[in-house]
Design a protein around this ligand. Structure first.
Ligand SMILES: [Ca+2]
Ligand SMILES: [Ca+2]
Length: 412
């Protein structure tokens, strides 16, 4: 007979059999719960045999202890076997759970930016199409300046004869008895035939007008000229104003971007649906900073009854940029109407617009070098806030209400 334990051939006379039985009885009782759980695990034990061997040894030992093992002793031995199996099973479980769980294979997904660019590369046929995808526009930060994505698409630039008539009527509603509106004021926006503009690629345009704080960063970098503080724009969150075309051009160049063309500006303001205002076809004085009930008529020496009791935009003069989120255009651009006029890159030429006829020349020092501003300002009325209105100025002139925003070409 072989054994790991070397028992005496027979129990020594002083061995307290009763104590052994009592001890094993107690062990059997305490192991009842373990038995119940471990019984199902035992089958999976990889070294169950080891427990069995130990149990055999224990049985042999017990057999030697008494010629007639009690029922409790047999149960205790069974419990011992089960405990051995449970221990082995637990070791097996531990080794299994410590094995790193393989990561599930992920289906490749586009980043939000790539997804937006992919969507924007498909020409939009309506403003709602883009707005349903990005209700507040798709905004991306470029070196600390938020820009909105303008999707590919096309639109008829400028005003139809009917739209010019609408503008004229808006003017008549504002003019007082000492002046009258002139129809030729609207000639510049006449389409003059097919004036379809197509954007085969998306582009970016600043979410807001360039603020005084943003422009100041360019001055500090030594890339922009310091300009006089305006009486109406003094705070970092207000748009820079009294800036010349050349100063605006220098600022955008410093950022690695450029001024938007007239065509880009108008498309970002109106969309494929050709809305008259950034938010739709009806003027709403609460959605843009214009010459409202707060506006001081005497300040402007105007022939227009600018003050309208129905319109209260909350500001007599220049408002902080982005003060009218409800007046956002279809791509999410803010203050496309009102607050400050915005220089475009374009030289003034009659329509149809073509980017290839010289009007996008950066350097122009002739008498024809007038550049176009868009969107109206804090001292304008409804007809001047239409997205088709073209204001022309000398590029060296930094008007009271002249600001700008920048655009960025799409880069794959
Ligand atoms: Ca106002
Ligand atoms: Ca503006």
């Amino acid at each position: 007979m072989t054994s790991c334990i070397s028992p005496p051939l027979q129990p020594p006379p002083e061995l307290p059999i009763a104590l052994i039985v009592a001890t094993l009885d107690a062990q059997a009782t305490s192991d009842q719960a373990t038995q119940a759980v471990a019984a199902t695990l035992a089958a999976r034990a990889t070294d169950y045999a080891r427990g069995t061997l130990s149990a055999v040894n224990a049985t042999q030992t017990a057999t030697l202890w008494t010629l007639t093992p009690t029922a409790n002793m047999t149960a205790s031995i069974e419990a011992y076997r089960t405990e051995q199996a449970a221990t082995a099973t637990q070791a097996w479980i531990d080794s299994w759970t410590s094995t790193p769980t393989p990561s599930p294979t992920l289906t490749p997904t586009l980043s939000p930016l790539d997804e937006a660019i992919q969507r924007a590369s498909v020409p939009m046929t309506s403003n709602a199409e883009w707005q349903s995808l990005y209700p507040n526009g798709f905004v991306q930060d470029f070196d600390g300046v938020p820009m909105v994505l303008v999707p590919a698409g096309s639109f008829q630039m400028g005003s139809t004869v009917e739209e010019m008539q609408l503008g004229f009527e808006m003017c008549q509603q504002a003019v007082n008895e000492t002046a009258e509106c002139q129809r030729y004021w609207f000639d510049a926006e006449a389409q003059n035939g097919d004036n379809t503009q197509t954007f085969v690629q998306p582009f970016w345009i600043d979410l807001t007008e360039v603020s005084r704080g943003q422009y100041w960063a360019c001055i500090e970098a030594g890339a922009c000229e310091e300009i006089p503080t305006s009486d109406y724009s003094t705070e970092p969150d207000q748009p820079i104003s009294q800036v010349t075309w050349f100063q605006a051009h220098a600022y955008c160049t410093w950022r690695g971007v450029r001024l938007p063309t007239e065509s880009e500006w108008e498309y970002a303001a109106r969309g494929p649906d050709r809305w008259l205002f950034p938010w739709g076809n009806q003027f709403n004085g609460a959605l843009a900073n214009h010459c409202d009930v707060n506006c001081g008529v005497a300040s402007w020496g105007s022939d227009f009854d600018y003050v309208s009791e129905e319109n209260n935009d909350g500001y007599a003069l220049i408002a902080p940029v982005g003060s009218y989120p409800e007046g956002a255009s279809w791509v999410g651009a803010l203050d496309m109407s009102g607050n400050v006029w915005e220089w475009t890159h374009s030289l003034y030429r009659i329509y149809p617009y073509s980017p290839d006829d010289g009007r996008e020349s950066t350097v122009e020092d002739s008498a024809d070098g007038l550049r176009v501003l868009r969107g109206g300002s804090f001292n304008g009325t409804a007809f001047g806030l239409r997205a088709t209105d073209r204001f022309v100025d000398d590029p060296d002139n930094g008007g009271t209400g002249s600001g700008f925003r920048c655009a960025r070409s799409f880069a794959p």
